[in-house]
Design a protein around this ligand. Structure first.
Ligand code: AGP
Length: 612
């Protein structure tokens, strides 16, 4: 996600744009920039936060009443000055900011290069602003028509704001798949990815809908359809939300917002990487280490915390779908235990922040031993992403809540695609099974959306855990790592001691812990391990344990044995962690809220552990 702002009015644009960008930094913060019109278009941009941009500009601030700004969450190209927005067209006549992913930017870039265009960044955004210039020159049309015609050639998601030095009193904006809000002031107009940038100036807003564009001028705002150019009778809303609640999208905490963003973050992580008809996975990072993957005697997965749990799901996936031996290692242990590792090994490092010190040190050691390192990070251009030989980003967007939620399911999504890719390549995964998994994976975001309606029910259920001092989470097979992750979530945000365990392992000791006081959360979706889990639940009930179970629709045996159930949609075993994790995230969230804990910033924790 990135943050976009725009201003057209009578006041000095610079302070309005900078203030607006600071309010949008929760959407992305690896680089920032603004473009101002003061007789000509002037761009100031740099890697770093908005404050860095402001400091770099110092007193060298042009007077202007028209401008746009951007705070970036990198998706194409690492955070650096050239990749920062705004981007200018080749002739400098147009400047643009963009939030989203243009899927067909490579083809468009080739067309423009053939037409003589040159590029100075790795971004899809620079391709789009040059496409608009190209169309305007070819068709000899106004800026708004050039934007509209160009967008009709684009595949992907976007929210854009464009200025032209030929039309200095105009700003053209458009959206498809990424949010854009217009603020209507007194003889001044605002644009934002949400309303936070201008909430203190006006509460009159228009929410652009997908497929709509708007032309802002000193005469007013006109909203039109991108496809047809037909006018839209836009609804003007009077905002009631305050600043902080808008940053959280109306949710009480970032963690809850990020739990609810998972359908989108999984769709974004899959986007452009999976052909659901053929089941074929296409990921440049994997193709670049194809030979190493084919020759690998084993695959090592390294991570910490929740990322380690995603790695454990990855072990089940790779061994199931690609039949390559996998070992999952805590980075902090791996780096010091003098492991046996060499050139035949492929090491997968998983890290949301891409800055975890133990994980970074572990992969440096693996590289020195000759292993091939593949990084799975959520922060573009992060240290681990740059240290790895190859990688794939989870397109989950900034994860602000310290407790990882959407990053985890995005990591598991990438691990699924990776396992499918290897299985397809080495022949262990049949074409039929590929298609079956691919088509079900495409259905997962919708199934999560349906589960999110359980939030109120889970909130009620969470009261059963509020007074607990301990809890057990049990799962088998693909859902053993989910039990570990569920326990970690409860521990880290509610401070209740919780343990995740393989369900069958209970009889080897931990079952002694069970009494009427001990809540046991059992992850028992329909699937290969279901029958075994029924007997595990019976063992727990025989000791009077209180069972909360996560089950598939219509499962009667476990339901009959449970004190409370959370019913989720059915899916394939190998994809079940993407579903079973979500109710556990919500359960821990509501327990923590009821216990009055600081959900987004739990005590003693940091979002990125960059020290040993
Ligand atoms: C997860 O909720 C925790 N915040 C923590 O375990 C985290 O997963 C761990 O520190 C690893 O962080 P990383 O993914 O950024 O490397």
């Amino acid at each position: 996600m990135c943050g976009i702002v725009g201003y057209l009015g009578t006041r000095d644009a610079f302070p309005i744009l900078i203030q607006g960008l600071k309010r949008l930094e929760y959407r992305g913060y690896d680089s920032a920039g603004i473009a101002l019109y003061n007789g000509h278009l002037e761009i100031h941009k740099c890697k770093g936060k908005v404050a860095d941009l402001e400091a770099r500009m110092g007193s060298n601030v042009p007077q202007a009443t028209l401008g746009i700004g951007h705070t970036r969450w990198a998706t194409h190209g690492p955070p650096n000055d050239p990749n920062a927005h705004p981007h200018a067209s080749n002739r400098g006549r147009l400047v643009m900011v963009h939030n989203g992913i243009i899927e067909n930017f490579t083809a468009l870039k080739e067309l423009l290069i053939k037409a003589g265009y040159t590029f100075h960044s790795d971004t899809d955004t620079e391709v789009l602003v040059n496409l608009i210039e190209y169309v305007q020159d070819k068709q000899e049309v106004s800026l708004d028509q050039a934007v509209r015609l160009a967008l009709n050639e684009v595949v992907g998601a976007y929210a854009i704001a464009v200025l032209s030095s030929d039309e200095p009193g105009v700003m053209v904006v458009a959206r498809l798949g990424s949010p854009l809000v217009l603020g209507l002031g007194n003889n001044e107009y605002f644009v934002g990815s949400d309303a936070t940038p201008f909430l203190d100036s006006t509460k009159k807003v228009i929410y652009l809908e997908d497929g709509e564009m708007a032309v802002l001028s000193r005469q007013g705002v006109s909203v039109r359809q991108i496809a047809s150019d037909l006018p839209v009778n836009a609804v003007i809303h009077q905002l009631k939300m305050d600043l902080e609640s808008i940053e959280k999208g109306g949710y009480e905490h970032f963690m809850l917002k990020e739990i609810f963003e998972q359908p989108k973050s999984i769709r974004d992580t899959i986007r452009g990487r999976l052909n659901s008809k053929s089941g074929v996975v296409k990921m440049a990072g994997l193709e670049s280490i194809h030979d190493a993957l084919m020759e690998a005697q084993r695959i090592l997965i390294i991570g910490c915390g929740t990322s380690w749990h995603a790695g454990l799901v990855g072990e089940y996936l790779i061994e199931d779908l690609a039949r390559i031996p996998v070992e999952v290692e805590y980075a902090s242990e791996f780096r010091y235990r003098n492991p046996v590792i060499g050139p035949k090994d492929v090491v997968i490092a998983i890290s949301q922040s891409g800055e975890t010190a133990d994980t970074l040190a572990a992969i440096k050691m693996a590289k020195q031993a000759g292993a091939t390192v593949f990084g799975i990070c959520n922060v573009v251009g992060s240290s681990i992403a740059r240290e790895a030989h190859a990688g794939a980003y989870t397109h989950a967007g900034p994860e602000i809540g310290v407790a990882s939620t959407k990053a985890f399911t995005a990591q598991v999504t990438v691990m699924t695609l990776l396992a499918m890719y290897i299985g397809q390549s080495n022949g262990h995964l049949s074409a039929e099974r590929c298609v079956e998994i691919a088509q079900e994976l495409e259905r997962i975001p919708g199934k999560i959306e349906s589960m999110l309606h359980l939030d109120a029910e889970i909130k009620t259920l969470s009261a059963q855990l509020v007074e607990s001092s301990n809890a057990l989470f049990l799962g088998r097979g693909y859902n053993f790592p989910v039990a570990l992750e569920g326990a970690l979530k409860l521990k880290e945000i509610s401070y209740i001691h919780a343990e995740g365990y393989p369900a069958a392992e209970m009889k080897h000791g931990p079952i002694a812990l069970i009494d009427e006081q001990m809540p046991i959360v059992i992850v028992a979706p329909r699937g290969d391990m279901y029958e075994k889990l029924v007997s595990n639940v019976q063992e727990v009930k025989a000791r009077k344990g209180r069972v909360i179970s996560v089950i598939g629709h219509g499962e009667m045996e476990v339901r009959a044995l449970s004190d409370a159930v959370i019913e989720i949609p059915d899916t394939l075993d190998c994809l079940s962690p993407l579903l079973t994790t979500v109710p556990l995230q919500l359960l821990s969230y509501h327990v923590a809220v009821l216990r009055g804990c600081n959900v987004d910033q739990p005590r003693n924790l940091a979002k990125s552990v960059t020290v040993e």
